[in-house]
Design a protein around this ligand. Structure first.
Ligand SMILES: Cc1cc2nc3c(=O)[nH]c(=O)nc-3n(C[C@H](O)[C@H](O)[C@H](O)COP(=O)(O)OP(=O)(O)OC[C@H]3O[C@@H](n4cnc5c(N)ncnc54)[C@H](O)[C@@H]3O)c2cc1C
Length: 545
């Protein structure tokens, strides 16, 4: 097969790139590894941070411009509520390109069928998208079925519910209408380049149903493969703690982030870029699970039996409304932190008040939240291995009643070992034998932990970790253990690119014919859809310009 442009990945970056390139007159093939388009973007909350003076910002009297956006995203003086400075490590060339193309990308989405909730931009769903003005817009599903349920949204929510389904299905329709060829279940395995480390990138190697094939790219290949956090070996280059038990990637099991784009790029000489943005502890890069008893516990992604990937998700999970209802223990059956503690924090509109661009007092005006539930959860347990191992929520039937949980499949995943029930605490500990539990949980440890915690409840004081007034004893059988291990979310480091999204090698030279956009590209610390759609837009133009 052959096309002018080969786009790898049909997600938030890939589809805009494909549409732009096709509308510029190029023939375009998109290869997508999964059985459907959308990537993490279709599972997302559809909160789209694009600004710099969009038509909607103007409509609501919000003064924004490319310069304000650029200054926001490169402001050295801004720190997160946990003290980490996430804009300080952004590559200014890449941010300038984003700032200049952000509003045009938004208008491109509008003109290609994406419907946004008819209200003023706000700050909902953002993370590192600038402090000075609201930029979040919310894609709505209209009548598209939701991948999470298999059904359309409720009639009263079709124009208000923010969801990635409302972003990606219209883009798919626009791509097909424009004549983009989309090859599903085609997985990139390598890039072809004229020389090993020289010359132009000429196409890709892919697999499809067990067969290997090559697709030639007459002009360019655009990598839009969505990041690397699903690849244990790759992600541990940035954070050695992230061993295999962190298996509940947000966005899975719809699609993975297996670093295949990054690795293919590196094999033809590409450099990585902006690596602090991955290991800096901010935003949703790693999150506390919001649903327990399931492998895929990301708080905002609720798989339900009608979904066509439910056989892979296996359970809906139990939504925790009050962390007072459980204690969390590590592999050894020991508590490690206040269960109500929060995760890494995120910078966003109005987090710093008052805020003056580049002012050294900005850091003083932030409300610090030096929370470290995640660091405590991922701390080693002393068995000589990296990674903290599974975290288990332990609770009794009284907690089940308070939370109105249902403790049978499909609500919980008993078959794959993400949920256990037993008549005594000791039996419960002995039952936990799943593959990531690399040491047995000593029953006497869990019994002692529960007994001590029950004493804390009676005394009204958690003298180990300071949980605010522990409320409920754990004493009414049956007892339960539910998977509650941290969830990995965004990739914020990837291949080195320049302002045109051209991939750059380790000597600082552009690799001719190779582009990268979205979470597989480095140098830009921000949560999600804004940078991905915008870089797809940039790459599509640059590759055909
Ligand atoms: C549950 C969830 C909620 C989110 N909510 C928001 C939100 O509200 N707002 C926001 O701004 N961001 C949000 N995000 C983040 C946002 O969805 C991502 O940042 C964005 O989708 C990244 O775009 P991308 O194109 O880089 O990757 P993706 O959208 O993931 O697309 C990558 C595509 O490449 C494909 N692919 C990967 N490897 C290969 C290969 N070797 N060959 C062929 N195809 C391949 C994948 O299958 C996938 O379809 C959310 C993410 C998740 C998971």
């Amino acid at each position: 097969m052959e096309a002018d442009i080969v786009v790898v990945g049909a997600g938030a970056a890939g589809l805009p790139a494909a549409i732009v390139a096709r509308e510029a007159g190029a023939s375009v093939i998109v290869v997508e590894a999964e059985a459907d388009i959308g990537g993490h973007a279709i599972t997302s909350g559809g909160n789209v941070p694009l600004g710099g003076g969009t038509s909607v910002q103007k409509k609501y009297g919000i003064g924004d411009s490319p310069d304000i956006l650029f200054k926001d995203l490169t402001d050295w003086s801004v720190v997160e509520p946990n003290g980490f400075p996430d804009y300080r490590y952004n590559d200014h060339e890449i941010i300038r390109a984003f700032a200049d193309n952000s509003a045009p990308t938004f208008e491109f989405l509008l003109s290609h069928g994406v419907v946004f909730a008819d209200r003023a931009p706000d700050q909902r769903g953002g993370g590192a998208v600038g402090n000075s003005v609201p930029r979040e817009m919310h894609a709505v599903p209209v009548d598209w079925p939701l991948v999470q349920t298999g059904a359309p949204a409720a009639p009263e929510e079709r124009l208000t519910f923010s969801t990635g389904n409302g972003l990606m299905r219209p883009l798919e329709a626009a791509a097909r209408k424009a004549g983009v060829e989309i090859l599903l279940e085609h997985r990139l395995t390598a890039l072809h380049r004229e020389g090993i480390r020289s010359g132009r990138v000429t196409g890709i190697a892919a697999t499809h149903g067990g067969d290997s094939l090559n697709i030639n790219a007459r002009t360019a290949v655009i990598l839009a493969t969505g990041g690397s956090t699903g690849n244990v070996e790759f992600r541990r280059m940035f954070d050695p703690r992230l061993t295999e038990e962190y298996c509940g990637l947000a966005g899975m099991p719809w699609s993975n982030q297996d670093a295949s784009g990054e690795i293919a790029g590196m094999e033809v000489g590409a450099a990585l870029w902006g690596l602090f943005n991955q290991s800096g502890e901010f935003g949703a890069t790693i999150t506390k699970p919001g649903r327990i008893g399931t492998q895929y516990g990301y708080v905002n992604l609720h798989w339900q039996p009608g979904s066509k990937v439910f056989h892979k998700a296996r359970a809906t999970g139990l939504r925790v409304s009050d962390w007072q209802n459980v204690i969390l223990v590590n592999m050894l059956g020991k508590r490690f932190y206040d269960e109500t503690g929060r995760q890494f924090t995120a910078n966003n509109y109005n987090v710093i008040r008052p805020y003056v661009h580049g002012h050294y007092l900005n850091a003083k005006n932030i409300r610090y939240e030096p929370n470290n539930w995640l660091n405590a959860a991922m701390a080693g347990i002393g068995d000589g291995k990296n990674g903290g191992g599974p975290i288990w929520a332990i609770f009794d039937s009284a907690a089940v009643a308070r939370e109105k949980w249902q403790t049978k499949p499909p609500h919980v995943d008993t078959e794959a070992g993400f949920f256990y029930e037993a008549g005594t605490i000791e039996e419960l500990a002995a039952k936990i034998t799943m593959k990531y539990q690399r040491v047995p949980m000593p029953p006497e440890n869990l019994a002692a932990t529960v007994a001590l915690y029950n004493n804390f409840v009676v005394d009204g004081v958690d003298s180990d970790f300071g949980k605010p007034k522990p409320l409920y004893t754990i004493e009414k059988p049956p007892f339960y253990a539910a998977w509650s291990t941290p969830v990995i979310h965004d990739t914020r480091a990837g291949l080195r690119i320049n302002a045109k999204c051209q991939v750059v090698d380790m000597r600082g030279a552009v690799i001719p014919g190779l582009y990268c956009a979205g979470e597989s590209a480095g140098g830009f610390s921000a949560h999600g859809l804004g940078r991905a759609t915008c870089q797809g837009f940039i790459a599509g133009h640059a590759a055909t310009g």
